[in-house]
Design a protein around this ligand. Structure first.
Ligand code: NAD
Ligand code: DAU
Length: 356
């Protein structure tokens, strides 16, 4: 019997890596229904390798659209629902919080309602109904900011600071409520910063690489000593698969690989890579300290012991290897980078960086 995954946001950065990983690396009889609105962050080019693959069904729609979502559940009866769809960029949330609440909170409730309805359907007489598993893809940002010591565990109280992380925390609470109230089998995963192919160049690594390639200033917020905990995107995707298949319903799993770096360290690594592989004239002189992000969280660091001990997950990609793989990918796909940084990207860039 074919197992159906309903993946939302599967044309974005992590979602497309997840869909590609499922369909290209797995032999099992599966189908992926990929529901994505194709906002500025969604890009069908990310899924080009699946052209002609009938196991991939792409549906352009909004997760807030109740009728469409209900119809998809009715038609495809997904076994697994993985909700990646979100507005994901902190800087944009500071400029325009409304759409973050609409998609990240309203859209998640719409999906939870549809999943609950499907899950409550009685089985056909003598029929087999395997049920629904709902995985809410969340973020370590819901925990707020750390000092110099310690790590986020699953028991760390939620303390989000940006409109983005507040909207993700609200979605987590709703997902948890659907488990507590209705026993809908829900999991929440909270991952640290991802990097890898197909990440939109509003985010630190591809933005800095793109600027370095163009000999443009690299805008480091504040002193650049903020710390992020980086994980290669494929390691995140494997963790999600494990939680879907073996996670205990109602549980939260943190995902991270103890890979903390300051932003300056990341930027310097990118500059060194470009100087070595592309253009000797590029150096640290491009680094420009600009006005800090409002409410900027100082440090994130995940304690991943629970998912390691309960599900045997370990990251497989060392940062030194993953960053080279990532930067190589962008160099080999400069047409992709040029496409997504034309048009609307230029006005976005001016809006966020113009006055800094
Ligand atoms: P992204 O911005 O690259 O992709 C988001 C996708 O969602 C896009 O394809 C977009 O078109 C789609 N989308 C947005 N609004 C939609 C709507 N209303 N209906 C349907 N589709 C919609 O994001 P990403 O970096 O791939 O993040 C994916 C998920 O993982 C998000 O939920 C994010 O909060 C979470 N997350 C991201 C990171 C990270 O480092 N990027 C880390 C931890 C968790
Ligand atoms: O921790 C997980 C989160 O990681 C995800 O939930 C978010 O969806 C994802 O966007 C990411 O959030 P960050 O805010 O950490 O990522 P971003 O790439 O925007 O920034 C990383 C760090 O780099 C942060 O401290 C801000 C800084 N920065 C970022 C940009 C874009 C700069 O100094 N200059 C920049 O131009």
């Amino acid at each position: 019997m074919t197992t159906t995954y309903l993946v939302t946001g599967g044309a974005g950065f992590i979602g497309s890596n997840f869909v590609l990983g499922l369909l290209q690396n797995r032999k099992r009889d599966i189908r992926v229904v990929n529901l994505d609105k194709l906002t500025y962050a969604g890009n069908l080019a990310n899924l080009g390798a699946l052209e002609g693959d009938e196991r991939h069904i792409f549906v352009q729609a909004d997760i807030c659209d109740r009728e469409v979502v209900a119809a998809l559940f009715e038609r495809w009866q997904p076994r697994y629902v993985v909700n990646f769809a979100a507005e994901s960029h902190v800087d944009r949330s500071i400029e325009d919080p409304d759409v973050f609440v609409r998609t990240n909170v309203g859209g998640t409730v719409t999906l939870l309602q549809a999943a609950k309805q499907a899950w409550e359907q009685p089985a056909e007489p003598l029929g087999y109904r395997p049920g629904v598993r709902f995985l809410q893809v969340s973020t370590d940002e819901v925990y707020g900011s750390l000092g110099a010591e310690g790590f986020f565990t699953e028991d760390t109280p939620l303390d989000p600071h940006s409109p983005y992380s507040a909207s993700k925390a609200a979605a987590d609470l709703l997902a948890q409520a659907f488990f507590d109230t209705y026993r809908l089998p829900v999991n929440i995963t909270r991952c640290s910063n991802n990097y890898g192919p197909f990440q939109f160049p509003e985010k630190l690594i591809p933005l800095m690489l793109n600027n370095a390639l163009q000999h443009q200033p690299l805008p480091v917020y504040g002193d650049g000593l903020q710390v992020r905990d980086w994980l290669y995107v494929e390691d995140h995707c494997r963790a999600i698969e494990l939680v879907l298949e073996h996670g205990v319903a109602g549980e939260v799993y943190n995902i991270g690989g103890h890979n903390e770096r300051t932003n300056l360290q990341i930027v310097q690594a990118i500059l060194a890579y470009v100087a070595k592989n592309v253009d000797k004239v590029v150096d640290d002189g491009l680094i420009t300290h600009v006005t800090d992000r409002k409410g900027h969280d100082r440090r994130y660091g995940i304690d991943p012991r629970k998912i390691g001990e309960a599900l045997g997950w370990q990251p497989q990609t060392a940062f030194e290897q993953g960053i080279v793989r990532t930067l190589d990918w962008y160099l080999a796909h400069q047409d992709w980078l040029a496409d997504v940084t034309s048009g609307a990207y230029l006005s976005y860039y001016q809006k966020i960086y113009g006055d800094r």
